[in-house]
Design a protein around this ligand. Structure first.
Ligand code: MN
Ligand code: MN
Length: 479
């Protein structure tokens, strides 16, 4: 029997089977992916701390015509659609903005990443000597597996700030001609007791002190000659003395540049990809968006995510809200608290942080069909949290549907993934901090292997697809 009404043609398959993007990538996408990844490698090599990521971000933004919003604030210079500005928070957190055609109260499209990464900080009173070695006492930052940081070459990055306000930058260990530093470990021959301990207990935090010298100063009556030699070298190179450690922020990070990985060069192996990878491609997407967007576009590169987004430079502080108030003041006919609240609650946001990829060496911690795989595209995570979704910001099905529309319309290869099995552990990002304004937020970023290790592994196609996803999201007119 004939029917008069034709059913809508079905998709080739009703099933959902995500595939590796290298199977179907177009030559144009492959070329662009290599370009974006090359630029990402350049950025990563220069941005090994949150301060360096901030400074490199400002350099890239200014080269693309973004100006400091502080100038507009000081002289009450109005902003119009297409204007590009940035605002710094203490040289660590950075917000970059392209003004949209719609009023700010209609909402913004925000992408928020973070540029701090797990590392080993130097204590405020760190220098001592013991048994012929000069040492710096340390205090680790963020969630690390401590044993991974032993015996690898470490570089020292950061600042000394003098009471007169001068900032002295330190960067030792990245140039191949520089010395590096290291934390020692026991030889296996004498490690019988250590090896019987659990991974969590075998390396106490106080045993992560770093060796920084072994030559004593040649001064007959000098006490603590090894320590004094280090002080002399620091004074000669940086003009600092022992007290200056009190107003310093010095960070030990794995030394050396990021590298391509694999015979096929399809991956990046590098320190600090959580979350400089999402941060960089978000910034790049904003820079590459030439026409004024419908909704004001914002990229946030935040500090302190790895320790809970606390402090004046963390996402839990008011920097974003205050900056939005400044934007409203410079774009609207008159400033109104009500319009600020509307701008916040009408906003859409991608919480641009990394997720865990399925690791074939450790399959037991993941549930495979809800795990992301390398080079299957940018990973969207509806909710994070742990156990019964504790601490998660669960994006609505309605917002998830908008994300599907945006990505599918713009040729973005994407997948979904949860962070491990339900009871295995979990994690969270800055999503919940923004969701409290009533804005729509979803986690969306690059999947990693060996997250938080000194070297993290990411897929180039996932990096590129995050760039495409972020660009499509910023441009989207919600139609
Ligand atoms: Mn992260
Ligand atoms: Mn992290």
């Amino acid at each position: 029997m004939k029917t008069k009404t034709k059913a809508k043609p079905a998709k080739a398959s009703l099933a959902h089977n995500p595939k590796n993007g290298y199977e179907s990538i177009t030559p144009a996408d492959r070329k662009r992916s290599e370009e974006i990844n090359r630029l990402y490698l350049d950025f990563l090599a220069k941005a090994k701390t949150e301060r360096e990521a901030h400074d490199e971000g400002v350099t890239l933004l200014e080269a693309a015509g973004f100006t400091n919003l502080a100038l507009n604030e000081a002289a009450n210079i109005r902003l119009k659609p297409g204007d590009r500005v940035y605002r710094s928070c203490e040289g660590k957190t950075l917000m970059a903005v392209t003004i949209g055609k719609k009023p700010l109260a209609d909402g913004m499209h925000i992408i928020g990443g973070h540029t701090d990464a797990p590392r080993i900080d130097i204590k405020q009173n760190p220098l001592y000597e013991n048994s012929g070695l000069a040492m710096l006492d340390t205090h680790y930052y963020g969630g690390i597996k401590k044993y991974q940081w032993l015996t690898i070459p470490l570089a020292l990055h950061g600042v000394f700030v003098k009471p007169d306000g001068r900032t002295i930058k330190v960067n030792i260990g990245e140039n191949p001609a520089d010395p590096v530093f290291c934390i020692t470990d026991l030889l296996p021959h004498l490690a019988a007791d250590q090896m019987r301990k659990s991974l969590a207990d075998s390396i106490p935090g106080e045993s992560l002190d770093v060796v920084v010298g072994s030559a004593p100063v040649a001064e007959k009556d000098r006490k603590e000659k090894h320590k004094y030699n280090v002080l002399k070298i620091l004074h000669a190179g940086y003009g600092v003395d022992e007290q200056d450690f009190l107003s310093a922020e010095l960070e030990l990070v794995p030394a050396g540049p990021p590298r391509e990985a694999g015979f096929d060069r399809s991956m990046i192996l590098a320190y600090g990809q959580d979350d400089r990878v999402c941060s960089y491609v978000a910034l790049k997407a904003l820079i590459d968006m030439k026409a004024p967007p419908e909704y004001t576009s914002v990229v946030l590169l935040c500090d302190k995510e790895e320790i809970g987004s606390v402090g004046s430079t963390g996402m839990a502080a008011n920097f974003f809200e205050n900056t939005s108030a400044e934007l409203l003041n410079l774009t609207a006919a008159s400033y109104s608290e009500l319009h600020l609240k509307r701008a916040m609650s009408n906003s859409w946001m991608l919480s641009a942080d990394v997720n865990a990829l399925f690791d074939p060496m450790h399959p037991g911690v993941s549930e495979k069909k809800n795990s992301a795989e390398m080079n299957h595209g940018v990973c969207v995570t509806k909710f994070t949290g742990s156990r019964g979704k504790s601490g998660s910001s669960d994006a609505s099905a309605e917002f998830m549907a908008h994300i599907r529309r945006i990505f599918d319309r713009n040729g973005v290869l994407w997948q979904t993934g949860e962070l491990g099995k339900v009871d295995q552990g979990g994690g969270g990002t800055i999503a919940h901090l923004m969701a409290r304004y009533g804005m729509k937020v979803i986690d969306c970023g690059v999947g990693l292997l060996s997250m938080h290790a000194p070297m993290e592994l990411a897929g180039k196609l996932d990096i590129y697809m995050s760039y495409k996803a972020y660009l499509a999201f910023l441009k989207d007119g919600r139609k």
